[in-house]
Design a protein around this ligand. Structure first.
Ligand code: SF4
Ligand code: SF4
Length: 206
């Protein structure tokens, strides 16, 4: 006969998994831990959390661990894991969902620059319907540097300015820097998509 405490834990785990499944659109229950996804993940060795481990954490209801691990922040959304998965589980959609959930839960991201870039990308892409490097990087650098200023981390600020200036020069030389503020033809459709995503997120949380 399960104790009251055990019943509570099971229900919390189920709620967490259901939320991730709904928001990411992935059927995690289909995972049978074959680890095909793990073999192809380019960042798995570095993060020490492979896609199969992440799915397992969610299935077991290890909320804190799932919302705060390096794979969530280092996943490059290459979709290799999903291509190899016999059950078509796309971990890139799961890591994206977990990023949002960690943000909503007020969890300090393990890599704040990735979190800032993610948020700047979403903001800039939502504005013009496509990512403009100038706008996106301005938002990203402001967010990121404000945090470094708060921490008094002058060294990080100088390194970041040097790195980004160097990268900017290389991109300009290769004519890969698009400074024109082009917008997509059907911007209203993108805005509607953003609105819909935001309102469905609120509904999920109710
Ligand atoms: S490949 Fe798919 S089914 Fe296999 S462990 Fe990874 S997520 Fe699970
Ligand atoms: S999408 Fe993310 S989790 Fe999947 S293989 Fe690529 S980096 Fe790894």
């Amino acid at each position: 006969m399960p104790t009251k405490k055990a019943q509570y834990n099971i229900s919390e785990a189920d709620l967490f998994m259901n939320e991730v499944e709904q928001r990411s659109g992935q059927n995690l229950s289909a995972c049978y831990q074959c680890r095909r996804c793990a073999a192809g993940c380019p960042v798995g060795m570095q993060t020490r959390v492979t896609p199969d481990r992440l799915v397992r954490m969610i299935m077991l209801g290890s909320r804190d661990e799932a919302l705060n691990n390096l794979l969530v922040w280092k996943c490059v959304a290459c979709y290799t894991c999903g291509t190899r998965c016999p059950n078509n589980i796309q971990t890139a959609r799961i890591t994206e969902t977990l990023k949002q959930m960690a943000k909503e839960a007020g969890i300090d991201p393990l890599i704040h620059r990735t979190a800032d870039f993610n948020s700047a990308f979403m903001q800039a892409a939502g504005h013009l319907g496509r990512f403009n490097e100038l706008e996106g990087m301005a938002i990203y650098e402001t967010k990121s540097m404000l945090k470094d200023i708060k921490k008094g981390d002058l060294k990080s600020i100088i390194t970041e300015i040097k790195d980004q200036a160097q990268l900017g020069l290389v991109m300009a030389e290769k004519k890969r820097l698009h400074l024109k503020f082009d917008r997509v033809k059907n911007l209203s459709e993108i805005k509607t998509m953003y609105k819909k995503a935001k309102s469905s997120k609120k509904e999920d949380m109710q």
